[in-house]
Design a binder for this molecule. Structure first.
Ligand code: GLN
Length: 447
């Protein structure tokens, strides 16, 4: 795709916040030279890629879709961006998202919402809605997203693309602007499972600058694709198929079990447990960490500063009041409340206990199953505007994705059908920690 075509598509889509054409062309020329003289031999040599705008890119604006960072140009690259460059990729631009990755629709961006490429009246999902829309619309074939509670998987499902949230610790968070550090992971978004595996092989690696980065022996995820899934034990958590799940989503997922069975997998339902605690635990932990992480945006060292103020405290207050949007402020207030003395034990500690029990229920499930098959979201994409009017429903709709982050597990979202209006339906495969290869293998059996 040419930059002209991207420009054309962007008029309707708004998947990108920044596309610096001159820089893209310069990089492309350099990469081409590198390929021609044999210096650049990386697996992504010359491949255009889009990067979510909460991942730092040296010399390219990184806004987190917030007014707070509207003028922030990082002086360094995130670890994953460094890996992309070494593999020869050309970064086309920075994709739109919910402000500071808080949201499920890409409507809370300070730079306007992104539309669903399949039907512009609907949301693309979020928070990595820009990355997923850009892939679906063919502006790029691969993109990076980040997933704290579903932000790669849910927009992938809503746009009809494939997205993977790696096991916590597989991809370095160095240079990812933190939302909730104990849950955040960067991951690949692509048209298909093969491209996801190829992109993951580039970005996953051990990094000493992220203390939670794990040193794995093998980072070649593409080798797993053609594995035989004969005898693979697939568990279907019945708790995920109860009330609230859209009929068409349910049918498509049950249809998918047939494919797995035909390929020799053993499919069984079971009760996972603890499901009702996932949303409250997630929103408490994520908001608590967010309130702490976002303290740094005070208008002093970098980021937005109010133009008029009286004294230091007034400057903090006005800069934050004007720089953050309302969803971000909600989370900061909720998080500060939960962490305040007197409420800490009742809310934060309790949420951590629930998190541990959720992890245990998955540990137990993985004694019996290799992979779990679930929906990604209870429904298909809502129309633009509806989630903003009913934020509680939007939070509750994260029910099938947030537990995966609380338990640190890997999960992949892939298309499994269309509803009557032609909107995509996604399914989710969840694996045990560091079983990305098994997951990718199982996912590949659908292609
Ligand atoms: N929708 C969830 C939230 O708003 C998940 C976001 C994410 O994964 N970044 O917190």
């Amino acid at each position: 795709v040419s930059l002209k075509e991207i420009q054309q598509k962007e008029k309707d889509l708004n998947a990108f916040i920044t596309v610096d054409e001159e820089k893209v062309l310069n990089t492309a020329r350099e990469v081409q030279k590198g390929i021609e003289n044999g210096e650049l031999t990386g697996s992504l040599a010359g491949v255009p890629v889009a990067v979510k705008d909460n991942i730092c890119t040296k010399g390219i604006k990184t806004t987190c879709a917030s007014k707070m960072l509207s003028d922030f140009t990082p002086p360094y690259d995130a670890w994953v961006v460094d890996r992309l460059k070494k593999a020869g990729a050309v970064i086309i631009g920075k994709t739109n998202m919910d402000e500071f990755a808080m949201g499920s629709t890409t409507e809370t961006s300070a730079y306007g919402m992104t539309r669903n490429p399949i039907n512009p009246e609907y949301v693309p999902g979020g928070s990595s809605g820009g990355s997923c829309a850009a892939v679906k619309a063919g502006e790029v074939s691969i993109a990076l997203g980040s997933d704290t509670g579903g932000s790669i998987r849910q927009p992938s499902a809503f746009c009809g693309v494939t997205g993977l949230k790696p096991t916590y610790g597989t991809v370095s968070r160095y240079g990812l602007i933190a939302y909730a550090s104990s849950l955040d992971q960067i991951g690949p978004i692509a048209k298909d499972v093969g491209d996801c595996a190829a992109l993951l092989s580039v970005i996953a690696s051990h990094d000493l600058r992220d203390s939670t980065s794990v040193n794995l022996k093998d980072y070649d995820f593409t080798s797993a694709l053609c594995q035989d899934i004969h005898g693979l034990r697939i568990g279907i958590p019945i708790d995920y198929f109860k009330e609230g799940l859209d009929f068409e989503v349910r049918e498509s997922i049950l249809e998918a079990t047939k494919v797995l069975k035909e390929n020799g997998a053993i499919v069984e339902s079971f009760e996972l447990g603890m499901t009702e605690y996932a949303i409250p635990a997630y929103y408490m932990i994520a908001s608590a960490e967010a309130s702490s992480n976002l303290e740094r945006f005070d208008g002093v060292k970098y980021g937005y500063r109010a133009l008029e103020y009286e004294g230091l405290h007034d400057m903090y207050k006005k800069s934050r009041t004007q720089g953050f949007g309302s969803e971000v402020k909600h989370r900061i207030m909720l998080g500060s409340f939960i962490l305040s003395s007197g409420y800490y034990d009742a809310y934060y500690i309790k949420a951590l206990k629930a998190k541990n029990m959720i992890k245990q229920s998955f540990d137990y499930a993985f004694q019996k199953y290799d992979v779990l098959l679930t929906p990604v979201s209870p429904g298909t994409p809502p129309k633009l505007g509806t989630s903003l009017r009913d934020p509680l429903k939007m939070y509750l709709d994260d029910i099938y994705t947030v537990s995966v982050n609380l338990a640190g597990l890997p999960a992949i979202s892939l298309p499994c059908g269309l509803n009557q209006e032609g909107l995509p339906i996604g399914m989710q495969l969840i694996g045990n920690c560091f079983s990305e290869k098994t997951l990718l293998g199982a996912a590949y059996s659908f292609e």
